[in-house]
Design a protein. Structure first.
Length: 248
C-alpha cells in the first residue's frame, strides 16, 4: 500500500516532520510518500493562503505519476479536501476530520489546540461541514506562528501545553486534538503533562486511510464528489490538465 501525505505549505522542514509522523503511524508494508507543493505559502494561516495551498496541493498530486492507494491532506482546517476527492479515485483523508473522529472514540468531548487565533474560524468551519462541532468543547490558539514550530520548537511547546490545559480544565474537554500538521510529534509530551489522550491528526489520518484501503472503500461518485467536467485547467507551473481519477 502506498499513501501520499501532502503538506499544505512549501516548507520542506515541515514536510519532513509530517513524513516522520506518518511513517511512525503506518503499518508494516505501507509506503509513505510525502509531497511538498511547488508553489504557495511558506505557512498557511488564513483564508487566502489556504485557498492558494488547496490549488497547489491538487496540482502536486495530479503530477504524481506513480500508482498510489490513498491521500492524506496534512493541513488542519485548510481547503482542498473536497477538490482532491473529486480528482482522486482513492480515499482522501483530511487530518482535521481524522483527528476529531478519532478523539470522539476516546472521550465525550474533544478540544483543539492550534497556532494563531485567525485560524480558529477555519478549523471551526471544517468541523462544522463535517458535522463534528457538537462534540467539540472548544478551539484555542497558542499564539504560536506555524513556522515557529520548526524554528523554535522548545519555546513553542509551553504555550501549546497551556492552551491544552485550559481546554481540559475550563472547557471540559476530555481529549485534545493537535490543530496543526506542524505539531506532529508533540502528542507524547502534551499527554505526559495533562494525562489525557492527545490525538495527532497525521497519525490518525494515516490509520484511517489504511483502513479504507483494506476495506476496499473510496469516495462516493454520486453528486458531490463526481469527477470534474472534462475541460482544460491551466496551472502556474505549466503542468498538464488535472486527470480525474488519478490513483491506483
Amino acid at each position: 500500500m502506498r499513501l501520499l501525505v501532502v503538506n499544505v505549505n512549501t516548507t520542506e522542514a515541515m514536510t519532513a516532520e509530517i513524513d516522520r509522523a506518518a511513517r511512525l503511524a503506518a503499518s508494516p508494508g505501507t509506503e509513505i510518500v510525502a509531497l511538498t507543493p511547488d508553489f504557495g505559502p511558506a505557512s498557511v494561516e488564513g483564508n487566502y493562503e489556504s485557498l492558494v495551498a488547496g490549488v497547489a496541493m491538487c496540482e502536486r498530486v495530479a503530477r504524481y505519476d506513480q500508482p498510489y492507494d490513498g491521500v492524506v491532506l496534512a493541513g488542519y482546517g485548510d481547503h482542498g479536501r473536497e477538490a482532491l476527492q473529486e480528482i482522486c479515485s482513492v480515499p482522501v483523508i483530511d487530518i482535521t476530520e481524522a483527528s476529531a473522529m478519532t478523539a470522539m472514540l476516546l472521550g465525550h468531548r474533544f478540544g483543539v489546540v492550534t497556532t494563531l487565533d485567525r485560524t480558529v474560524p477555519l478549523i471551526h468551519d471544517r468541523l462544522l461541514v463535517a458535522g463534528l462541532t457538537a462534540r467539540c468543547a472548544g478551539i484555542r490558539a497558542a499564539d504560536v506562528p506555524v513556522l515557529a514550530l520548526e524554528n523554535a520548537p522548545e519555546a513553542s511547546l509551553d504555550p501549546i501545553v497551556e492552551q491544552a490545559r485550559l481546554l481540559v480544565e475550563q472547557d471540559r474537554a476530555e481529549v485534545i486534538c493537535l490543530g496543526c500538521g506542524g505539531m506532529a510529534g508533540l502528542a507524547d509530551r502534551i499527554r505526559d503533562e495533562l494525562s489525557v489522550p492527545v490525538v495527532d491528526g497525521v497519525a490518525s489520518a494515516v490509520a484511517q486511510a489504511e483502513s479504507l484501503v483494506r476495506l476496499g472503500l473510496t469516495t462516493s461518485r454520486v453528486r458531490t464528489f463526481a469527477a470534474p467536467l472534462p475541460k482544460h485547467v491551466t496551472f502556474p507551473s505549466g503542468a498538464p490538465a488535472l486527470r480525474a481519477g488519478v490513483g491506483a
